[in-house]
Write a protein that binds this ligand. Structure first.
Ligand code: TUI
Length: 313
């Protein structure tokens, strides 16, 4: 399946693997890149030495293109941005903020910058700032999210910008790919389904939580703090929500209560106290598979659907 992204990025399938903090490392990203998608290493909240190590690792694991995702809310965003430039990473995805101040530093050596945005206004702003493409992420996605659904956001972003749009949020099979293309996107970004990839090194309890999740098992938390986050319901999430609705709990206390939860989930596999970020589509993810199988299956299904779509006319 071919869109403008295949040739401009040098990939076989127009699919990005989501840059998931504490999860998307060189092993997962290399597996996706080697399968013909775009593997993406997530810098998350880690200091730059972690990212440098993973970049060096992926360079030894694949000759195919890969990207780095920079979480702009990270206290280490500045040093991480520098490492990306030093290593001349060709594809830079940003999330959770405005990358404008780093744009020159990356485009100067020829990087393609692809910001994740939750709104039309930000999509326009990033386009003006020199983005190569835009990832329009709906609120069905896991992790830090905006308000608008993928279905409503993608066509509005496509109409507002003249650069390629990648749809994200709620996409885990070929139906999602076909739908995204119909909404005007040139590709998709997939996170949640890759949590169940064989090459995904997240704790096995995390995979278990995703495999067992049903459609209504994720919930958005932290709206009060200005950065809503979607995660699978568990005792931590329930307690967080009750504190969030309790006006006697200060924002500082609430922030503090949420600290370190991603590590508890991804590294320690603490099913009660960890924060298991995942999208609403987790209910569709039911088995562990190699990344290449996930990608091939998704595009096979999309191809089948799209080639049969004439029956509706
Ligand atoms: O970034 C994500 N998803 C994430 S980041 C993350 S790690 C984290 N840790 C602690 C607190 C919060 C997150 C887990 N999942 N997705 C991309 C995304 N970007 N979603 C929303 C946005 C976004 C929001 C505001 C992009 C730009 C933006 O701009 C506001 C501004 O600064 O102008």
């Amino acid at each position: 399946m071919k869109t403008i992204l295949n040739d401009t990025l040098g990939i076989k399938f127009p699919l990005f693997q989501g840059g998931m903090a504490r999860i998307s490392d060189a092993a997962l990203a290399a597996a996706v890149s080697n399968a013909g998608g775009l593997g993406i290493i997530a810098a998350g909240n880690s200091p730059s030495d972690f990212l440098l190590r993973e970049i060096k690792k992926i360079k030894s694991m694949t000759n195919k293109p890969f990207g780095v995702n920079i979480m702009l809310m990270s206290p280490f965003a500045e040093e991480v941005a520098q490492v990306v430039a030093d290593e001349e990473v060709k594809i830079v995805v940003t999330g959770a903020g405005n990358p404008a101040k780093y744009m020159k530093m990356w485009t100067e050596y020829g990087a393609k910058v692809i910001p994740v945005v939750p709104s039309v206004a930000l999509a326009k702003m990033m386009t003006r700032a020199g983005a190569f493409a835009i990832i329009a992420e709906g609120g069905e996605a896991g992790g830090h999210i905006g308000d608008i659904t993928t279905m409503a956001l993608v066509p509005q972003v496509c109409d507002a910008v003249n650069i390629p749009v990648i749809a994200a949020g709620g996409i885990a099979d070929g139906r999602g790919i076909a739908a995204a293309l119909m909404l005007g996107a040139s590709g998709v970004q997939v996170g949640t389904r890759f949590l169940a990839a064989k090459e995904c090194g997240v704790h096995e309890n995390y995979k278990g939580m995703v495999l067992k999740a049903k459609d209504i098992d994720t919930v958005s938390t932290g709206k009060r703090l200005g950065h809503p986050v979607r995660a699978i319901k568990n005792s931590f999430v329930r307690e967080f929500l009750s504190k969030e609705y309790d006006s006697s709990v200060s924002n500082e206390e609430l922030e503090k209560f949420g600290e370190g939860r991603l590590k508890l989930a991804a590294v320690d596999g603490d099913t009660k106290e960890g924060c298991f970020l995942a999208g609403q589509i987790a209910g569709l993810v039911n088995r562990e598979q190699p990344a290449c199988e996930i990608i091939e299956e998704m595009f096979e299904q999309a191809k089948e659907i799209l080639s049969g779509a004439g029956k509706f006319l």
